[in-house]
Design a protein around this ligand. Structure first.
Ligand code: CTP
Length: 421
């Protein structure tokens, strides 16, 4: 997701400096061009060789080093950077940055940077809570820095409190949110449902299905990365919820109906990837049901069909996308659903096709709208999520009068990495 992006990673002298190596590695895995700049103190904790090996770039440490490609390296790099992050950021370096002090390679480069700048402060709790540090952080915010809150927990010095270096994967999410994708969904409110529902039989048993939630979570994350304000209504899954998304946990189809319909009015798009039970037990036993001789017959009743309700109450300009999981006659059945439920788009898949359906990391979907049927090839659920969002955005833009061309002749999406090589 960071192909073609140049990132400056500033590493300063705190005990968490070694964790910056993992961050550098995560950034490289996203195909970013990572340039690490270390302060003198950082080199007491970890050596430049570690970063050079991980990034394939010279690790910059000395402003007056004569052995580099550019004449004025700090300005050159600052001009090229798409994003700069200082992680970990010590109280000392934060103080320098807040006051414009530039006395080494890192601070001179950052002073010349006009790209988004992030810092992940990490230090002892007392140092972090000191009003001087807090004032410096406020100043940095005022100057446009995005600060990543430190985690709370046991610190290297033995104290417990705020000041821990956040998970590197979370820092990566901040970076991705800033620069990974074009913000073509900025200002849009999108609600996504995901995962299975559970319909109670008694206090220990329920009826459910095999939905993993992966498709819905991918949709929520991609919409967030494209700038949307996202609400994720989710059944119980084993997945980590995406960052920067409002997560509403539900269990039953009734809870899903309430959670979605109470928020539906304000949404620009609603995407219903949840696998909702169509039936639930007519009555739920108060006590655990005991086995007995003979057969057990459970009487079931229909659940609320949330998507049908949304289609019947759709407001002007709102877009509704449903999912259809079929085992045969995919297109006709999905198109019938599209019409019956008054949808704008339906993502249909045949669970019998290899790589499609529950549990997998991939999907094979057919996008069906009023005008067309588009059969997509096997792709990751993230890529499928992008294509669904593209299709919805295209409908929204067309209905408001502006046409966007987001696919090339071969059907490949071209909006994601405007400057990818
Ligand atoms: N859906 C819903 N509420 C339900 C059931 C389904 O909102 N009670 C939504 C799902 O989230 C999905 C779509 O409706 O987006 C699926 O449509 P549906 O016609 O219910 O599909 P199936 O359950 O597969 O129905 P059928 O048995 O008729 O094929």
């Amino acid at each position: 997701m960071l192909a073609g992006k140049t990132i400056i990673l500033g590493v300063t002298g705190g005990i968490a400096a070694y964790k910056a190596a993992n961050l550098a590695s995560l950034l490289k895995k996203q195909h970013a061009d990572v340039h690490v700049i270390m302060t003198k103190n950082a080199q007491q904790f970890i050596t430049p060789i570690t970063f050079e090996t991980l990034t394939g770039n010279k690790c910059l440490t000395d402003t007056f080093d004569r052995n580099f490609e550019f004449h004025v390296k700090h300005v050159e790099l600052a001009k090229r950077a798409d994003l700069a992050i200082v992680a970990p950021a010590t109280a000392n370096v934060l103080s320098k940055l807040a006051h414009g002090l530039a006395d080494d390679m890192l601070t001179t480069t950052l002073l010349a940077c006009q790209c988004p700048k992030l810092a992940a402060p990490a230090m002892n709790t007392r140092m972090y809570e000191n009003p001087v540090t807090q004032d410096n952080l406020s100043l940095l915010k005022k100057y446009g820095w995005l600060l990543i809150e430190p985690a709370v927990g046991l610190l290297a010095c033995g104290d417990t409190g705020a000041g821990k270096f956040p998970e590197e994967s979370l820092i990566l999410e901040y970076i991705l949110r800033e620069i990974a994708l074009e913000k073509d969904l900025a200002g849009k409110k999108i609600l996504v449902t995901a995962g299975p529902t559970q319909e109670a039989i008694d206090p220990v048993r329920y009826i459910t299905n095999h939905s993993s939630g992966k498709m819905g979570y991918a949709l929520a994350r991609m919409a967030m990365l494209r700038g949307a304000q996202v609400t994720l209504v989710t059944g119980t899954t084993a997945l980590k919820p995406p960052s920067f998304v409002e997560v509403i946990p539900i269990q039953s189809a009734r809870e899903l109906f309430d959670a979605v319909t109470s928020r539906s009015g304000e949404q620009d798009m609603i995407i219903k990837a949840a696998a909702v039970a169509d039936y639930r037990p007519v009555s739920v036993a108060d006590e655990k049901m005991k086995k007995a001789d003979g057969e057990l017959v459970l009487e079931l009743e229909r659940t609320e069909d949330t998507l049908q309700y949304l289609g019947d109450h759709k407001r002007e300009g709102q877009l509704l996308c449903g999912f259809a999981m079929e085992t045969s006659d995919l297109e006709n059945r999905a198109r019938e659903k599209l019409e019956r439920k008054n949808l704008d788009l339906i993502a249909a898949n045949n669970v019998k096709v290899a790589g499609a359906g529950f549990g997998t990391d991939t999907n094979v979907i057919t996008l069906i709208s009023g005008q067309e049927t588009k059969q997509l090839e096997l792709m990751s659920k993230e890529e499928a999520a992008m294509r669904i969002l593209d299709a919805l955005l295209e409908q929204m833009t067309e209905s408001s009068g502006t046409i966007v061309h987001n696919t090339d002749d071969s059907g490949n999406n071209t909006r994601r990495h405007p400057d990818a090589q």
